[in-house]
Design a protein around this ligand. Structure first.
Ligand SMILES: Nc1ncnc2c1ncn2[C@@H]1O[C@H](COP(=O)(O)OP(=O)(O)O)[C@@H](O)[C@H]1O
Ligand SMILES: [Mg+2]
Length: 254
């Protein structure tokens, strides 16, 4: 996907702080993702990755700073306005209806998003993206494997062609072959124009997909640049700060 130099970023966090009550989780985070670009957001458990995902999708208003989607200031706006602007959130976990079939889960999502449209084409796209779901159309979502449930949750949002997909720990608990399948689909939606913010603890897939990697440590951005400049940090980003085996991180890029 070509990006226009004049187009504003799809997502722009500008000097964002965020807190849970008295606990401050993000400190002066600035991060932008251009149209169709892919950013891997990595860091140790508790570093603030999911908090950035929540701020980027409108679930958590920042305590300071600005959130823009396609140049529009959506700071403090409700989540549905982010969704309407094309921001999709694939949260950690499953987020499907266990007692509905695969087909019913997809129909519900597509009808809610486009009440006036014939959704047959949407269903076809979902099963083209994830052929395994097509084999399980009539099966109750609650009886799917963890990987199939993750695919179903993704299909519900991806068929709607979001401007930005914020995906949080997609590979968590998945078998390697399923993770590879999920990342194959992410690469596909990205080449169709969706920008990606991919939160991962497993670096390999995320770094292969992303053109930029952002490392977060204790609520602050420690690195923002191309994956091949990550250097020694790549071995250490998943260790908690202060760990004896952590190398000195390189300075943040300007
Ligand atoms: N709902 C919450 N209430 C209070 N503190 C939270 C909440 N969610 C996360 N935190 C804290 O904020 C920090 C960042 O958490 P999070 O963004 O979930 O980290 P990550 O996704 O990188 O593992 C952690 O110290 C975590 O304990
Ligand atoms: Mg998290």
């Amino acid at each position: 996907m070509s990006t226009s130099a004049s187009a504003p970023p799809v997502l722009e966090l500008d000097h964002v702080d965020a807190a849970y009550g008295p606990f401050r989780a993000l400190f002066d985070v600035s991060l932008s993702i251009g149209p169709g670009a892919a950013v891997a957001l990595v860091g140790a458990n508790g570093a603030g990755k999911s908090t950035i995902a929540r701020v980027a999708t409108g679930l958590l208003p920042p305590s300071n700073g600005t959130v823009r989607i396609d140049g529009s200031d959506l700071t403090d706006r409700p989540t549905f306005e982010f969704a309407r602007a094309g921001v999709a959130h694939a949260p950690e976990g499953r987020s499907t209806f266990a007692t509905l079939t695969v087909n019913e889960n997809l129909e519900l999502a597509f009808r809610a998003a486009r009440p006036k449209r014939d959704i047959a084409a949407d269903l076809d796209s979902a099963y083209t993206l994830f052929p395994k779901l097509g084999d399980r159309k009539g099966q109750l979502a609650g009886t799917l494997s963890g990987g199939e449930q993750r695919m179903l949750a993704l299909a519900r949002v991806l068929v709607l062609r979001p401007r930005l997909l914020v995906a949080d720990e997609l590979s968590l608990g998945l078998a390697p072959i399923v993770t590879a399948e999920v990342y194959r689909v992410l690469a596909q939606v990205r080449s169709a124009g969706t920008a990606l913010l991919v939160v991962e603890q497993h670096l390999d897939h995320a770094l292969a997909l992303a053109d930029r990697v952002v490392v977060i440590q204790q609520g602050e951005i420690a690195f923002d640049g191309p994956p091949d400049q990550l250097g020694d940090l790549s071995a250490n980003v998943l260790l908690p700060a202060g760990s004896p085996s952590r190398a000195n991180p390189p300075a943040c890029q300007p």
